[in-house]
Design a protein around this ligand. Structure first.
Ligand SMILES: C[S@@+](CC[C@H](N)C(=O)[O-])C[C@H]1O[C@@H](n2cnc3c(N)ncnc32)[C@H](O)[C@@H]1O
Length: 355
């Protein structure tokens, strides 16, 4: 009979006591019995992590009445934006029906705007990301930001309490927004710039707009613009329901509020990647026209190299260069390399500046 190098017969289990054998048997039986349940749980987890959904919470009767397909304001935006197809091209991602009626109501759920369980974002990743952000939160954003769970967002416990002694919950909205504002403060000292104006291109439901004006009183106006009528519609509803007066939604077909030479920074988060190349060219040309100094871009997929790509792989860095924007800084979303592996939705942050 083969034995371990040391001659330790326990490797073949022959010198186990009766008690140890009984214990091992019990473990094996219970392990075996657990298998179908564990496998089913894993399947449910995977299923949950790959589907859209929402918490079903945080909707008032007024929201339900307004956030409806038949709202004349939405119908009008659809008609007006339909005529602008030649400037924004045809995205392969934002096709008709991509924003479902349910997403209009629960726009902060896990859907086309912000993936929450999708991307394999498990609750433990939320805790890890929260604890990491606490170590870099020079602006105290995690203490400032609340997550009230409205409009269907998924919330996750942190094990911490807030300043009122209540359990602190976070969302991807809250954590990503804090991280992005901390990046802008490290690179551009955004919290120190007097009366600054920001333009968010592809602003979604106004996630960063609301967080930015809540955290930074020096932001004079945070403009949100989008080429998808549903996004203009839900962001108008969200920002007015939050009373975010310094955040202003600009319709695609009426941009007169955007005055050349007055906007310091443009932001594009997980948006250019999903656009047609014509749209990217249009927006970058608009940034140049408006004499915007800096452009913060977060691509959907990247490994931090100089090429910056659409989801179909097309590198659009030559367009940035053509309009005079050069890469001034790039860094991983999480400075800690393990958090960049295990945190929620790791990405890369790019800052371009006018030459
Ligand atoms: C994944 S969402 C991200 C939303 C937001 N930036 C955020 O991070 O919460 C992508 C956004 O790109 C917008 N978008 C799609 N096509 C666009 C286009 N051609 N021009 C501008 N925005 C577009 C969508 O309406 C949506 O708001």
């Amino acid at each position: 009979m083969w034995q371990g190098k040391s001659g330790d017969r326990s490797m073949v289990g022959e010198n186990l006591s009766l008690g140890q054998r009984a214990q091992a048997l019990r473990w094996l039986v219970s392990y075996g019995a657990r298998q179908p349940m564990e496998a089913a749980r894993a399947q449910v987890r995977t299923w949950l992590q790959n589907r859209r959904g929402h918490s079903g919470q945080g909707i008032t009767a007024a929201d339900r009445a307004a956030l409806d397909e038949t709202n004349p304001e939405l119908q009008s935006l659809r008609e007006r934006y339909a005529g602008l197809g030649d400037i924004v091209g045809t995205s392969t991602v934002w096709i008709p029906g991509f924003v479902r009626p349910e997403d209009l109501l629960y726009f902060r759920g896990d859907n086309c705007y912000v993936w929450q369980n999708q991307d394999n974002n498990t609750p433990e990743k939320y805790v890890l990301t929260y604890l990491y952000l606490k170590t870099i939160d020079t602006l105290g954003l995690l203490d400032d930001f609340a997550e009230d769970g409205d409009f269907g967002v998924f919330t996750y416990p942190t094990g911490d309490t807030d300043k009122n002694g209540n359990k602190r919950f976070v969302s991807r909205d809250l954590l990503d927004s804090a991280n992005e504002l901390l990046f802008l403060d490290r690179t551009l000292q955004i919290s120190q710039l007097p009366e600054v104006k920001v333009l968010d291109i592809g602003a979604g439901y106004g996630r960063l707009a609301y967080r930015a004006v809540s955290a930074l009183p020096n932001i004079e106006t945070y403009f949100c613009i989008d080429a998808v009528p549903e996004s203009t519609f839900v962001s108008s509803h969200y920002l007015s329901s939050k009373g975010a007066a310094r955040a202003r939604v600009v319709p695609l077909d009426d941009q007169q509020d955007l005055v050349p030479g007055t906007i310091k920074l443009a932001v594009n988060i997980l948006s250019f990647s999903e656009c047609a190349i014509e749209a990217v060219e249009y927006w970058i040309s608009r940034c140049a026209e408006l004499k915007i100094e800096h452009l913060f871009i977060v691509p959907n997929i990247s490994d931090g190299d100089e090429a910056i790509r659409l989801v179909n792989g097309t590198d659009y860095s030559p367009i940035l260069a053509n309009y005079g924007y050069h890469l001034s800084h790039v860094e991983p979303k999480y400075a800690n390399s393990e958090v960049q592996k295990y945190g929620i939705s790791p990405k890369w942050y790019y800052l371009f500046s006018a030459s």
